[in-house]
Design a protein around this ligand. Structure first.
Ligand SMILES: [Zn+2]
Length: 191
């Protein structure tokens, strides 16, 4: 699948919008991206996760792990396609941890999955969980890399799509200069 085809999935599902947006950081951008909107549709989820699963099909994997919440759908679907066990880490006192009786065996081969990587914080936390259990990280697979190429997990890593993030401080925003209406995603008037 080409990056253009993948981008079209995001556009068709309105996961990727173009316009003039106020981001949670306070910066302005001509794009707004919400990965969960594409993952609403099992057909898209299946195709996007197949790109990840195919990339790791020669890798020896026992278990797929993902951080909740964003990574759940991706981890589950990649694990389903590879027919491997799937577990997840979730936050307890702000720290990602294995709950619900999930365990990792020593030397177990683990693929870490996530939906979107910006700073990679959650993935780094999951990698620590795997290492603390003396299991082995064999790769990191995610749908969108928004780190502008900056995040390196130190293991074979793969993203289905690299999406450059362009944002501006309000004073330097070219869209403000063009008097295009600023919208805040998630607000009442946001479509
Ligand atoms: Zn602006």
């Amino acid at each position: 699948m080409t990056e253009t085809e993948i981008l079209n999935f995001f556009k068709e599902s309105e996961a990727l919008l173009t316009g003039h947006f106020l981001l949670t950081s306070g910066r302005h951008s001509d794009r707004y991206f919400q990965c969960a909107k594409v993952l609403q549709y099992p057909e898209y989820t299946e195709k996007l996760c197949k790109v990840i699963a195919d990339n790791f099909k020669e890798t020896e994997i026992d278990t797929v792990i993902a951080p909740a919440i964003g990574g759940l759908v991706v981890g589950q679907e990649v694990a389903r396609q590879l027919n491997k066990r799937f577990i997840f880490a979730e936050r307890e006192d702000k720290k990602l941890t294995l709950r619900r009786g999930f365990t990792l065996e020593e030397n177990e081969n683990v693929l870490v999955c996530e939906d979107v990587v910006t700073t990679g914080g959650s993935v780094f936390e999951v990698i620590n969980i795997v290492n603390n259990n003396k299991a082995k990280v064999v790769g990191v697979g995610f749908i969108v890399d928004r780190s502008n190429g900056k995040v390196n997990f130190g293991y074979p890593q793969f993203s289905a799509l690299k999406m450059e993030v362009v944002s501006y401080i309000p004073d330097e925003c070219p869209l403000c200069r063009e008097d295009i209406e600023l919208v805040k995603p998630g607000s009442r008037n946001f479509k």
